[in-house]
Design a protein. Structure first.
Length: 256
């Protein structure tokens, strides 16, 4: 009887140790296992690197969980000076996932933190080489360039960058006012061009009409009669209109 309590404690401890060796990995998780500090490429004693149930040797095996799902990471706003010396605050979002769990653990201490730092420095470097107009109008090209550069730098860590998107570019108030003035001037220029084009086309039509009237004098008289008809529809009490001399030239000749 005196040994009953210690025996129970021992059994409980053994059960806890054995239960501690059982790990359950989800479908999107993989295990990187170290046995006495050495990487086990084949994984655990049972179950490999997952997913599912794997069995570790207590006090001998140590496991690191690595998720394989795409990670969405916000890149904090960075103060950037563009190539044309404009100060801009830009933030972005990066999408990446681990494709080699062992390299993600062995090659870098914290792959999430390292990827975030790489994204920040690359964002400042790439956008610092661009002009403000390119940043505002060529967003897709800049995103593609950021994705390629960051993917090359994180590739040795077993990480694949799938997309990088520049979210916001906060400009100083002075620059916003300058852009607004530029847009207003551009709209006025387009309006003047359209108005001038309309005047040019109208002048061309009038010139064509003048040439037709010059070759056919009767068309002028028809136009004159049409004008009288339009005036008559206005219901004016008094109508004053000139009489073409050609209409009464015959009567004048007879009177002479």
């Amino acid at each position: 009887m005196p040994f009953t309590f210690p025996l129970v404690v021992l059994i409980v401890l053994v059960f806890v140790v054995i239960a501690n060796g059982f790990k359950v990995l989800k479908e999107y998780e993989r295990a990187v296992i170290f046995r006495l500090g050495r990487l086990q490429k084949e994984g655990a004693v049972f179950g490999g690197n997952g997913p599912g149930v794997i069995i570790l040797l207590p006090f001998i095996d140590k496991m690191e969980r690595v998720g394989l799902r795409t990670v969405t990471m916000d890149v904090p706003a960075q103060d950037i000076i563009t190539r044309d010396n404009v100060s801009v605050k830009v933030n972005a979002v990066i999408y990446f996932r681990v494709i080699d769990p062992q390299r993600a653990i062995l090659e870098v201490e914290n792959y999430l933190y390292a990827t975030s730092q790489i994204a920040q420095t690359t964002l400042r470097s790439i956008l610092g080489q661009s002009q403000l107009d390119d940043l505002l109008s060529k967003r897709e090209e800049i995103n593609a360039q950021l994705q390629v550069v960051i993917d090359q730098q994180t590739g040795p860590w077993g990480i694949k960058v799938t997309a990088v998107e520049v979210k916001n570019a906060d400009l100083p108030q002075e620059m916003l006012r300058a852009i607004a003035r530029q847009a207003e001037a551009e709209r006025e220029r387009r309006a003047k061009v359209i108005h001038a084009q309309g005047e040019f086309e109208a002048a061309q039509k009038l010139a064509d009409a003048a040439r037709i009237i010059a070759t056919e004098p009767a068309t002028l008289q028809l136009r004159f009669l049409q004008t009288l008809t339009e005036i008559a529809t206005e219901k004016n009490s008094t109508i004053i209109f000139p009489i073409p001399i050609d209409l009464i030239s015959t009567f004048i000749k007879k009177l002479q």
